[in-house]
Write a protein that binds this ligand. Structure first.
Ligand code: G
Ligand code: MN
Length: 280
């Protein structure tokens, strides 16, 4: 959640019909936030984040603001399909730019998506058309989505796993029965929620929990991504605690696809390493 200095103008899209019209007009876009390998600072993945361009103000609106309307008007599926259709071909092109080096794209899925029994086949059809291997795809879901999953949703998830998709638990530590999921479901990664990462450096419980989760991930053999890294001090300590992957405003804000392409095609694939905070 961001702290706003000024109140935001209200969203001008107010009805399901207006939202559907905005989608028809191509106003749904995707921003990509880098996930870095914290050791050497290379970009190894991006998370695809949906944004809606407000037709009146031109402002980019986050899912928290427009998803409730999408849900109420039954077009969440349309929004999520659009995100996958934009992100998967991009990811295939970025992997080619990386020529052989690892590069993945993470897509957020909702409880609603997992009710869609056509999802695994659609994702694998799209990925194979553009030449993206399924193990370059990360599907992020919250622990709560997994906890609430019924038979249909679990079946969809199992089919994604069978296709070699990396199922990852987002906002880890804030949902329910997280450890049971690690025991019973073939989760491949966890993203430590930024409410814990925020406390790294302050010596609070969040810091201890972050360290423990990094250890837990390595003990059970799942990827660990620290979310919401905002300060050089957090980065320094996370590296020291052995956290291999990270994401956050310090390392890269959500950005348009073209910026990711430019970063990956530059002379260095590294995001300029943030300098430690200077004394003066
Ligand atoms: O729940 P999830 O982790 O998928 O949420 C991603 C959202 O978090 C994005 O919309 C992005 O703008 C926001 N975000 C990404 N990095 C940071 C960060 O370093 N700090 C804060 N406060 N928010 C972030
Ligand atoms: Mn996410």
């Amino acid at each position: 959640m961001t702290t706003e200095l000024f109140p935001r103008p209200p969203l001008s899209v107010r009805t399901g019909a207006e939202l559907a019209f905005a989608l028809d007009r191509g106003l749904l876009t995707v921003l990509y936030q880098p996930v870095l390998e914290l050791g050497r600072g290379g970009m190894v993945a991006v998370e695809a984040l949906a944004r809606l361009r407000d037709p009146t103000t031109g402002r980019l609106i986050g899912p928290a603001e427009f998803m409730p309307l999408a849900e109420a008007s039954g077009i969440v599926g349309r929004v999520d399909r659009k995100v996958a259709h934009l992100a998967i071909p991009r990811a295939a092109a970025w992997r080619r730019l990386r020529s052989g080096l690892p590069f993945s794209v993470a897509i957020n899925v909702s409880a609603h998506d997992l009710q869609d029994v056509g999802l695994p086949d659609r994702m694998s059809g799209l990925a194979s058309r553009v030449g993206l291997p399924m193990n370059a795809l990360v599907v992020e879901l919250t622990e709560t989505v997994l906890a609430d999953a019924g038979e249909v949703q679990l079946d969809v998830l199992q089919r994604l796993v069978a296709l070699d998709v990396n199922v990852t638990l987002d906002d880890f530590g804030t949902g329910f029965s997280s450890l049971t999921h690690l025991l019973t479901f073939p989760v491949r990664g966890i993203k430590i929620d930024r409410s814990f990462v925020r406390e790294v450096g302050s010596g609070g419980r969040g810091e201890a929990i972050t360290r423990s989760l990094i250890g837990l991930g390595s003990d059970i053999g799942v990827h660990v991504v620290a979310e919401g890294i905002e300060t050089p001090e957090q980065l320094r300590l996370l590296r020291r605690y052995g956290c291999r992957l990270g994401q956050g405003y310090l390392l890269g804000r959500p950005m348009p696809a073209e910026r990711i392409t430019a970063l990956l095609s530059g002379s260095s694939d590294r995001i300029p390493s943030p300098r430690p905070a200077s004394a003066g």
